[in-house]
Design a protein around this ligand. Structure first.
Ligand SMILES: [Zn+2]
Length: 234
């Protein structure tokens, strides 16, 4: 059980989908949970007339609330890189930005998207996965980005969610409800992501999440699980 974790996501709500149950469980055991969101979430609406700056501000608030619902007293920092949603690129300035956050927060465990998940459409998820891997390499070695003027930091482990070939299972039986509560903090996403018309129409979404977690747990004798690729040779 780590004492601190940093979850790196493409968009607000990705952390909760990918690892919410695991992070809630770790928080209960005293782990500090930090969030780093790479993009501003500005594509997260089907409303062609949406006020996009207002959406960005709302999604920041929602991510803060999701962090509190997930981790309670153990909620750590919630940071944003504010890249434009949909346009995230695994470029060197963004690798530097992620490495800087890893060096500042010094998490024992880092989590992120699996960039090698096959047939994945969304480029931000792919690129966020590459960025977290490249960010760890840069953060751990002292001669990358010396302009940070920060000590290098090598996390103990990297967990990749949406894993193409999972090799690690976390029992989330006790924290499914907290994962759902944190997901439901992202109220602006009820329509596009949860396919709900409002807060009173979330049962089908909850059912889909519960079913998926149960399917992932069943082969391991667990009522609910999240699965990952675990890398410890960092
Ligand atoms: Zn996403």
């Amino acid at each position: 059980m780590p004492s601190s974790a940093l979850a790196v996501a493409a968009h607000p709500d990705d952390v909760e989908f990918g690892a919410g149950g695991t992070l809630a469980k770790w928080a209960d055991a005293g782990c500090t949970i930090h969030h780093l969101v790479c993009t501003d979430g500005s594509k997260g609406t089907w409303d062609v007339a949406a006020d996009l700056p207002a959406l960005v501000a709302r999604r920041r608030e929602e991510q803060g609330e999701a962090s509190r619902r997930l981790a309670g007293q153990r909620a750590g920092e919630v940071r944003f890189l504010d890249r434009v949603d949909g346009d995230l690129v695994a470029d060197r300035p963004t690798v530097s930005a992620i490495a800087r956050v890893i060096r500042e927060l010094r998490p024992e465990v880092v989590l992120g998207h699996d960039p090698w998940k096959r047939y994945r459409l969304h480029p931000d998820h792919r690129n966020a996965g590459l960025l977290v891997c490249d960010g760890i390499v840069a953060a751990r070695d002292p001669h990358f980005f010396p302009e940070h003027a920060l000590a290098h930091h090598r996390p103990d482990a990297l967990l990749l969610w949406e894993a193409d070939a999972p090799n690690h299972v976390e029992d989330v039986t006790a924290t499914v409800d907290r994962k759902l509560a944190a997901l439901e903090a992202h109220e602006s996403q009820f329509e596009t992501t949860m396919h709900a018309t409002g807060a009173d129409d979330l049962e089908p979404f909850r059912g889909r999440v519960r079913t998926r977690l149960a399917e992932l747990g069943a082969p391991h004798g667990l009522a609910a699980a999240e699965v990952f690729v675990l890398l410890t040779d960092l």
